[in-house]
Design a protein around this ligand. Structure first.
Ligand code: 26W
Length: 836
């Protein structure tokens, strides 16, 4: 603890009691001007939008701070309310500015204030960097969960890592992805509050030493460690106009003082400073892999750093109130593990309870296995985390011993249940044998948790029948489903102001906190006047999206055309290739003059490829090459456009989903755990073309078959088809597909780059293609033709669009969080707050 952080005996309570701040335009103008001139020291010569943005954030922040304090006090009531902690390596927050205004109920007053000062809100909002502390779905889900928990007044604290560099920025050069560092903190971050007083110490390396405890039992000491400090930065999470502000606590690594002294004593000043960097490296960068486990030591360090700092933080608060009595700990605390990434928390909680708090194994295990809950987010085998035992022994020797002990006791239980079934014991062991022993993190999570859930009905079913079958047989009651959602505050109310206004005028504003209310729109689906207004809003949103595409891709999208969009991480299982093959088919039809009854289309793709994922990067290059040919061909003109939007991110999606007509959700069935982009599009009135995968199934159930374009093999059919799959035969027997493949094979899209797409062609035509792209192509082309016909009838399309929004109620994270709470967390909502 830094010396300047010693507690004072001087009175502070009265100091923090202040009258509530004004929530009207006049108070905002006054604060804004004071911050701009006095706090920031700016004047008429420093007229940069950034300083105005800063002054406005400081103004909003004060109003968050006062609600935040009330919420913290409410957490402390009655010796502390039961809480849940959401442990996640990723929180993809995006921008905070507009969301803070909305949730504080300040959108209109701030608008008025800025208008009075002659300032432009959009320009100020653009000054904020996205907080890109996540890869994709899993990270954004965590952010939506935080919003819903605060809105439901649930006492939930998020714990994550404050990466100095978030998700890389993507540039496109000659059609290829180029990665650039995302130094998002360069100009500081006004949305966080550093809390050095809650710094924790995390240990690495060293060795185990046995000793005799006073009671004669053997104890273990973890000694000669290299320690790193974890400094928390708190981010306020405002609920929707309810006076509640929850906390997202992000840890940043810092070197300890001893770290330096060791080397200073040896007389090497520069090495000591260098060593400091080694410690601080831990939170330097987010791993940009989505769904491929990379087994890097630094990543294991990050995972342990998050788990250990967060658990120590919770235990510190516990001990402060309850002393060393842990009998009620499990009644008051629970931890939701966002995939296996923070799962080392299972072993770390055991270690902390036993080694630091003198709890015996049995009580420690009872507590641990009652407080942990695990959410799985993927079925892809390459995403399943396994850490080499060797690495564990080197980095976390004491934690490894505990994992071995957990495993021994667990395997004894398996043996009791299935006597003599050695094979099963091997299958279920937390340690995978082989060339190199590995710790299976998903199994550790299951064994150490009271609940295991998937993120959509199909996904949870497949976990139980496939990946985790043995465990499901052992503990069927642990397994459950929690279908994902998204927060309608960010993903409809805030990002689609036009639709927000139209909906609210029509059915009131209840949907903002109760999304099922959108069903009241159903009768309006057939109302011609309402339909015309709906179309007008969509048109305006398409104009806005077209401007973004023009600015970032240089491609002209005509808002009268159908906007057909697929944005998500680039991955073979998501089948961006299938989409490109359809675009090539449309191009081929235009070139052959097969354009009777044509519907103009503008196709948008966007997404980042993991830097080491060769095929995903080739698919980006192919998209850009096909786009170039199509967009520069005079025969094509306005009938077809294709663009790849660089640097897809949260703030881009806020413009994309409101302006989309057709949402592409076309993964190989059984591969996309849920999807959440699909829900954002649906909510904003896009119609889905999709497979029976992930949450698409539930989306179709809600909106009805007639408002969804279905195609493709089912998950069961996919498994069956793999046995005898002959894509070449399909290509040869279908003239449309023959021509598509011929265009690709002839080098039409890579005339001066011979052979660059051979790996793509090879994978498409291979009988071992795991994604069965060609198997689903005919069905996809037909479904696309159905979408085209539907779009030609604008009244019909509008009805489908309204029905999608109207039936999207299930996909609010408010519903998801209610389910987590009812079945896993069992938290009591906080009382109504004074400044609600
Ligand atoms: C260790 C490397 C790694 C990194 C990230 C492996 C796995 C992941 C995540 C599980 C990938 C991910 O974001 N999964 C997505 O989670 C969403 C939220 O539940 C789902 O909607 C998506 O279908 C799923 O792909």
């Amino acid at each position: 603890m830094p010396t300047q952080m010693l507690e004072t005996s001087q009175p502070v309570a009265w100091l923090t009691e202040l009258p509530p701040l004004g929530m009207d335009a006049k108070s905002i103008v006054a604060d804004f001007r004071r911050y701009f001139s006095h706090t920031l020291g700016r004047d008429r010569h420093t007229k940069y939008a950034y300083y105005m943005y800063e002054a406005l954030v400081l103004t909003l922040r004060d109003r968050l701070w006062e609600r935040w304090k009330d919420t913290r006090y409410a957490y402390e009531e009655d010796g502390g309310v039961r809480r849940a902690y959401y442990l996640s390596m990723e929180f993809l927050m995006g921008r905070a500015f507009s969301n803070a205004m909305l949730n504080l109920g300040l959108t209109d007053p701030v608008h008025k204030a800025l208008q009075d000062m002659g300032l432009n809100m959009e320009e100020l909002a653009e000054c904020e960097n996205d907080a890109g502390l996540g890869n994709g779905g899993l990270g954004r889900l965590a952010a939506c969960f935080m919003d819903s928990c605060a809105t439901l007044r649930l006492p939930v604290v998020g714990y994550g890592i404050r990466y100095a560099y978030g998700m890389f920025r993507q540039r496109i050069e000659n059609g290829y992805q180029v990665e650039e560092p995302d130094h998002w903190l360069r100009s500081g971050n006004l949305w966080e509050l550093e809390r050095p007083e809650y710094t924790q110490r995390v240990r690495f390396g060293g060795r185990n030493e046995a000793f005799m405890k006073p009671d004669g039992e053997m104890g273990w000491r973890w000694i000669d460690t290299h320690d790193v400090l974890a400094v928390p930065y708190d981010v306020p999470i405002p609920g929707y106009q309810n006076g509640t502000v929850n906390t997202l606590r992000l840890w940043s690594a810092a070197a300890t003082d001893e770290f330096d002294f060791e080397d200073f004593n040896a007389g090497s000043y520069t090495e000591a400073v260098g060593a400091k960097n080694m410690a601080e490296n831990i939170t330097m960068v987010l791993y940009p892999n989505d769904a491929t486990e990379s087994g890097k030591e630094l990543r294991l360090r990050q995972q342990y750093f998050l788990a250990s700092a967060s658990l120590q933080d919770v235990l510190r608060q516990w001990v402060r109130v309850h002393g060393e009595d842990f009998t009620n700990f499990a009644a008051k605390n629970c931890f939701q593990l966002n995939d296996t990434h923070p799962t080392i928390a299972v072993a770390e909680l055991m270690r902390l309870l036993m080694d630091e708090h003198a709890v015996g194994w049995d009580l420690a295990w009872t507590i641990t296995s009652q407080v942990m809950a695990y959410t799985n987010h993927t079925l892809l085998p390459e995403a399943l985390e396994r850490w080499p035992v060797r690495l564990f022994r080197q980095l976390l020797p004491r934690v490894l011993d505990i994992i071995y002990e957990i495993n021994a006791r667990f395997l004894a239980e398996v043996a009791r249940r299935w006597p003599g079934d050695i094979e099963r014991q091997g299958r279920m062991s937390l340690i995978e044998e082989g060339y190199e022993q590995q710790v299976r993190m998903a199994y550790l999570a299951i064994v150490g948790s009271t609940s295991v859930n998937g993120v959509a009905a199909l996904h949870s079913e497949l976990l139980q029948q496939g990946l985790f079958r043995d465990f499901y047989e052992l503990w069927p009651d642990k397994f459950n489903n929690k279908t994902n959602g998204v927060t309608q505050r960010r993903w409809l109310a805030d990002c689609n102001r036009g639709l927000n206004t139209l909906i609210t005028e029509t059915i009131g504003a209840g949907w903002v906190t109760d999304l099922e209310e959108l069903r009241k729109l159903i009768p309006y689906a057939k109302d011609a006047k309402f339909g015309a207004k709906w179309r007008q809003v969509k048109h305006d949103n398409k104009v806005r999206l077209a401007a973004l595409i023009k600015a970032d891709c240089g491609v002209e999208f005509n808002p009268k055309a159908m906007f057909d969009v697929q944005v998500k991480r680039m991955h073979e299982y998501k089948r961006q290739l299938l989409n490109i093959l359809h675009v090539i088919h449309l191009y081929d039809r235009i070139k052959r003059g097969d354009t009777a009854n044509w519907t103009p289309r503008c196709v948008l793709l966007g997404g980042k490829a993991a830097p080491g994922y060769y095929m995903a990067k080739q698919i980006i290059k192919l998209t850009n090459n096909v786009a170039k040919v199509i967009n520069t061909d005079a025969d094509v003109g306005d009938q077809l456009k294709l663009a790849f939007l660089p640097n897809y991110r949260v703030s881009a999606m806020e413009i994309i989903c409101p302006g989309t007509d057709l949402s592409e959700q076309i993964s190989t069935a059984g591969k996309e755990a849920s999807g959440t982009g699909n829900m954002k599009f649906m909510m904003n009135g896009a119609v889905t073309i999709g497979t029976l995968d992930g949450a698409n199934i539930e989306i179709r159930e809600e909106c009805g078959d007639e408002n969804f374009f279905l195609f493709g093999l089912t998950a069961a059919q996919v498994e069956e088809r793999r046995q005898n799959y002959n894509p070449v035969a399909i290509i040869q027997s279908d003239p449309d597909i023959t021509r598509i493949m011929h265009l690709l094979e002839s080098g039409h899209f890579n005339q001066f780059e011979r052979g660059i797409f051979d790996p793509i062609l090879h994978s498409l035509t291979s009988s071992h293609d795991p994604w069965l792209t060609i198997a689903d192509l005919r069905g996809f082309l037909d479904a696309q033709q159905q979408a085209t016909l539907a779009y030609q009838d604008q009244e019909r399309w509008t009805r489908m669009s309204i029905m999608n929004t109207a039936t999207s109620g299930k996909f609010s994270t408010d519903r998801t969080m209610r389910e987590y709470n009812a079945e896993i967390w069992k938290l009591k909502p906080l009382p109504k707050m004074p400044l609600a």
